[in-house]
Design a protein around this ligand. Structure first.
Ligand SMILES: [Mg+2]
Length: 230
C-alpha cells in the first residue's frame, strides 16, 4: 500500500539523544569533580546508562512518573549522597539536565525528511516515548518544532510504544489510516515491531550499521539515514 503519512521517532532518530546524554554527562561529572581519572569517568558513564535504561523503561510502563524515575536514578547513581529529600534530588539531577540540554543536536538529515514529506502533502507526526514538555522543548531547541507537525508524547497518550494504542492514537489524531502510515525510528521494538503489530508500515533507522551482520528479523526493512526515506 502506498504511504500517505509519516510518523517519526524523536530520540536517536531526529535528535542525537545518546550523544547529548554522553557529552552532557561527561561535562557534568567533570564539573562536579566526580571523575578523578579517565577509568573512573568511564565507570560512571557506564553505570549512568545502565540506570537510565532500567528506570526510564519503568516510567514508560507507568510504574513510576518521569519525575520519580529521575529521583530513583540520581539516588542510585550517587549512593553516598543524602538525597532522600525530593527537592534535593531534583536539584542535583537538574545539574545533569542542564548539561544534557546544552548538548542537544538535531541530526543533519532530520529537518529535510520532515520538509520533504510535508512538501509532498503528507501529514507528519512525531511519536515519542517521553514527557511531553521535555520532548517538545527538545524539538524547539533543536529547530525541529513546527506548527504543522504535531508531537505525540507518551506522557499524553493512553500508552507508550510498543503498545498498539500509542501508534493508533497518533494515526487517529493525524486523521490517517494505520495501514497507509510509515513509522520510522531507531528502535526495533518500539518503532518497527510494535508499529507493524498495530498495522502500520515501518522502517528501522540503523545509523551505525548495528544490523549489517545480524539480520533484525524477517519483514524488517532498514535505512541507514533519514535521507533514504523517500
Ligand atoms: Mg529512539
Amino acid at each position: 500500500m502506498t504511504i500517505q503519512a509519516l510518523l517519526l521517532d524523536l530520540d536517536d532518530t531526529l535528535v542525537d539523544h545518546r550523544g547529548a546524554a554522553d557529552r552532557g554527562l561527561r561535562a557534568w561529572l567533570t564539573g562536579m569533580g566526580l571523575a578523578q581519572s579517565p577509568a573512573e569517568l568511564e565507570d560512571h558513564v557506564e553505570r549512568w546508562f545502565v540506570l537510565e535504561a532500567r528506570h526510564y523503561e519503568r516510567a514508560q510502563r507507568r510504574e513510576l512518573t518521569y519525575t520519580e524515575q529521575r529521583r530513583v536514578r540520581i539516588r542510585a547513581f550517587l549512593p553516598g549522597w543524602d538525597l532522600a529529600d525530593d527537592a534535593l534530588a531534583d536539584d542535583v539531577f537538574a545539574g545533569f539536565l542542564g548539561c544534557y540540554q546544552a548538548a542537544w543536536r538535531a541530526f543533519d538529515d532530520a529537518a529535510a525528511v520532515i520538509d520533504r514529506a510535508r512538501r509532498a502533502g503528507l501529514p507528519v507526526g512525531i511519536l515519542t516515548n517521553g514527557d511531553e514538555t521535555i520532548q517538545t522543548n527538545k524539538l524547539r531547541r533543536t529547530g525541529l518544532l513546527r506548527d504543522d507537525v504535531p508531537v505525540f508524547a507518551s506522557s499524553a497518550l493512553p500508552a507508550a510504544k510498543p503498545d498498539p494504542r500509542a501508534y493508533l492514537t497518533a494515526c487517529d489524531r493525524l486523521g490517517v489510516s494505520p495501514a497507509a502510515t510509515l513509522m520510522v525510528g531507531d528502535s526495533l521494538r518500539h518503532d518497527v515491531v510494535g508499529a507493524q503489530r498495530a498495522g502500520l508500515q515501518a522502517r528501522l533507522l540503523d545509523r551505525h550499521g548495528r544490523y549489517d551482520g545480524p539480520q533484525p528479523g524477517a519483514g524488517v526493512r532498514t535505512v541507514r539515514s533519514l535521507a533514504e526515506v523517500a
